[in-house]
Design a protein around this ligand. Structure first.
Ligand SMILES: Cc1cc2nc3c(=O)[nH]c(=O)nc-3n(C[C@H](O)[C@H](O)[C@H](O)COP(=O)(O)OP(=O)(O)OC[C@H]3O[C@@H](n4cnc5c(N)ncnc54)[C@H](O)[C@@H]3O)c2cc1C
Length: 410
């Protein structure tokens, strides 16, 4: 068994292969030089903590050794020789596989402006990106964040907490237009503004220029912004080069079926790099960039690599921390046609999205710490059971979601 990609998904898959009973050779190939680590802290505690810290490892060298996992770090897999069932590494070594998992993740989308790289635009995907960026978040530093999505906004919050003067430039008319409802986005925008962030929606970046050691951003509104550091958080691109070169089908990520099998039955793909037809959403092909999805798909892919026939139908779930707010989203917000709001007595609002047939498709909430976590977890179970709760009951905070769940057949 060979796993390419030593991130969340690849690392979890390697351990899951052992848990599922694989006793034979097991190799994990990772392009990064360090053992697998968690990315979510990179934009949060890594930025706001008192000192630059080591990566939050998923497993260290000893755990890998104890798991009998041959971890080849700092090495890129460059080819899949499907005829001979071998993975080719950058330095020419070949590793034979019976089953292969591609868990190559995603990379930060480069800013499509000529000269952006030369003008010192930074990205945040890896621990080394985070270390370099952290150094620049000095009190009073002018930080320009291009992109008002999750990563850009988490970074904006962290930079503000470090005393920087932050401007967020977002092309769309509102923040987080991919993946949240307008109401949630409005709460987030207000929180950033309250913290002193200059949030500019409906504004693009037309040009970049180096000027006296700083970067001048020319905005589409005609205004200019002088920044000490510019960070682009304009999304991520699935890392499909290896799969593409090997002739595997690619369709917004490595194309897999519900069993996470690629167009080659001995090659699987999972995590940020793959798209799959989600059974709960009418087989709609989706690709998620979400920590839990990467972890769960790694496990499911591992079991399927060993012959299980397990469709991957887990309810999508995502969280984001900004200041004292935590946002939870279960399901796919853009699949819903009707919104129902449950206003709890403690002030927390849970926003449910129903489909045209009344089925619960999504739930989201924003609040301090984990105030809404339990309700979102129950909503997830309702979504998984394809529940069609009555909107009035759903909106009524005196009816517990647990009670609604009990009414649903398994
Ligand atoms: C700053 C940041 C904050 C985030 N915060 C959250 C959050 O709050 N909540 C949430 O749900 N999600 C969050 N995420 C998303 C989450 O971290 C990802 O969904 C998850 O890391 C995906 O795991 P993965 O293993 O699929 O891909 P990755 O983590 O990208 O790992 C892929 C690995 O494969 C390696 N690789 C690529 N190509 C090759 C090759 N050819 N050969 C060998 N190795 C290769 C890469 O170098 C990388 O190490 C965040 C992501 C970032 C970057």
């Amino acid at each position: 068994m060979v796993v390419v990609g030593g991130g969340e998904c690849g690392a979890r898959a390697a351990f899951a292969l052992r848990e599922a009973g694989w006793n034979g050779p097991l190799t994990l190939v990772g392009a990064e030089a360090v053992p697998p680590y968690e990315r979510p802290p990179l934009s949060k505690s890594m930025m706001t903590g008192p000192h630059a810290s080591a990566p939050a490892t998923i497993c260290d060298a000893e755990m890998l050794r104890n798991g009998g996992i041959d971890f080849i770090a700092g090495t890129t897999a460059t080819d899949i020789d499907r005829d001979n069932h071998e993975v080719v590494l950058a330095h020419g070594r070949r590793i034979a596989y019976r089953r292969l998992l591609v868990a190559t993740g995603a990379t930060a989308r480069p800013l499509p402006i000529p000269g952006a790289a030369a003008d010192g635009v930074r990205y945040l995907r890896s621990h080394s990106d985070a270390l370099a960026l952290r150094d620049r978040l000095r009190p009073g530093a002018r930080i320009g964040v291009i992109g008002g999505g999750f990563i850009g906004l988490e970074l904006a919050a962290s930079a503000t907490l470090r005393g920087c003067a932050v401007t967020v430039v977002e092309l769309a008319p509102r923040l987080m237009s991919r993946g949240t409802t307008p109401q949630i986005a409005a709460v987030v925008a207000a929180r950033h503004e309250r913290a002193g962030v200059d949030v500019r929606c409906g504004t693009g970046v037309a040009r970049l220029e180096r000027r006296d050691g700083a970067t001048l951003l020319g905005l589409t509104t005609g205004e200019t912004l002088l920044c000490d550091t510019v960070v682009a958080g304009i999304g991520a691109v699935p890392e499909t080069a290896l799969a593409h070169k090997a002739g595997l089908a690619v369709d917004n990520g490595v194309r897999v079926d519900t069993r996470l099998t690629t167009s080659d039955p001995d090659v699987f793909a999972a995590g940020d790099c793959c798209s799959w037809p989600h059974p709960l959403y009418g087989g709609r092909r989706i690709r998620l960039e979400s920590w839990r999805n990467a972890r769960d798909q790694g496990g499911a892919a591992a079991r399927n690599m060993l012959g299980a026939d397990e469709p991957f139908a887990t309810v999508p779930w995502f969280w984001s921390d900004q200041y004292d707010l935590t946002l939870h989203i279960a399901g796919l917000p853009d699949a819903a046609t009707t919104e129902v709001v449950r206003r709890r007595h403690d002030g927390v609002e849970i926003r449910f999205g129903l489909g045209p047939d009344g089925r619960l498709l999504t739930a989201s909430a924003i609040g301090t710490e984990s105030a809404a976590a339990r309700d979102i977890r129950l909503a997830e179970l309702l979504i998984a059971r394809r529940a069609t709760p009555h909107p009035t009951t759903l909106a009524d905070p005196t009816v517990s979601l647990k009670a609604l769940l009990r009414q649903e057949p398994h």
